[in-house]
Design a protein. Structure first.
Length: 291
């Protein structure tokens, strides 16, 4: 059986002008990335017009959201925007959707929206996915002429289970580990355990899922300093040494990191990697080794 190809995504969160957004998009495409992603937060550029702008500046790369906050939208209105962006990007749109993190509460308040519990937000995400798919299957306008790929990102059990049941791409936003993690082997064991959780939740559709891992830090030896600020934010109880044991913290030579990703694909079916802009050029050196 031919292994699923690797796909690499880079996330951009800010730019000062239309020209800068276009330049970033072209750079990502030139570096070999497959997808350009933008977040969905108040105080940042609105995702949909930004994605259309970047798609117009590129030829091959897909554009997507990592991830839209489902609680900000009514399903029918979101379906209209998703269908429109897919049309305006010539079918290069990838629909990333999430439940909304706990730290988004001030954004809900600023938008005049109630902030539901975590369980309620996940239930709303599930309902939103179902309603949008029903709309797309029943003569939606503007028309949807293909299955727009759905990515759901998450970390907790309930959200990852929902992703496994409904998404085309399950993006693991980190892998839960204990505060006693003491080796890279322990991190790999945690990744294997998480993949088995996804497999059990997905059932027969597991082979159809693209499984992803957010690369929160990438340090290629000989190229800049190690930046652990993002994994530290998500794992405040771990030391810097422990952070380097996490599966989403990639470090070593470009060749050794590439070998690690090949192992993750062969052993755990992980083929989709998303990286923040700050690590874009580092991961690009690994992409060169894999292609």
């Amino acid at each position: 059986m031919t292994p699923r190809p690797f796909r690499f995504a880079v996330g951009f969160s800010a730019a000062g002008s239309r020209a800068e957004w276009r330049d970033k998009a072209r750079q990502a495409e030139d570096l070999g990335y497959d997808v350009i992603q933008v977040p969905d937060h108040l105080g940042m550029t609105a995702p949909f017009p930004t994605l259309v702008t970047m798609a117009e500046a590129t030829d091959r790369v897909h554009v997507g959201t990592m991830v839209l906050n489902a609680g900000f939208y009514r399903p029918a209105l979101l379906a209209r925007d998703v269908a429109s962006v897919d049309q305006l990007t010539d079918g290069r749109f990838e629909f990333g959707l999430g439940a909304g993190p706990d730290f988004a509460k001030p954004e809900f308040e600023a938008a005049g929206l109630p902030f539901p519990s975590g369980r309620q937000r996940i239930d709303y995400l599930r309902d939103t996915i179902g309603e949008i798919r029903t709309l797309f299957a029943n003569g939606h306008q503007p028309p949807v002429r293909r299955r727009i790929p759905l990515l759901v990102a998450g970390r907790g059990d309930r959200l990852v289970r929902l992703a496994a049941e409904h998404a085309d791409t399950v993006a693991l936003a980190g892998v839960p580990v204990g505060t006693d993690i003491d080796s890279e082997q322990a991190g790999t064991v945690a990744l294997a355990r998480r993949v088995e959780f996804v497999r059990a939740a997905a059932g027969e559709r597991f082979s159809e899922i693209e499984l992803g891992l957010m690369a929160q830090a990438v340090h290629v030896q000989g190229h800049g300093d190690s930046d652990l600020s993002l994994p530290r934010m998500f794992n405040p109880g771990l030391s810097d040494a422990q952070l380097r044991y996490l599966p989403g913290v990639l470090h070593g030579s470009a060749r050794s990191i590439a070998d690690t990703l090949r192992h993750y694909r062969e052993a755990y079916s992980v083929t989709h990697y998303a990286v923040p802009e700050t690590h874009m050029t580092a991961l690009a050196k690994v992409i060169e080794e894999l292609r």
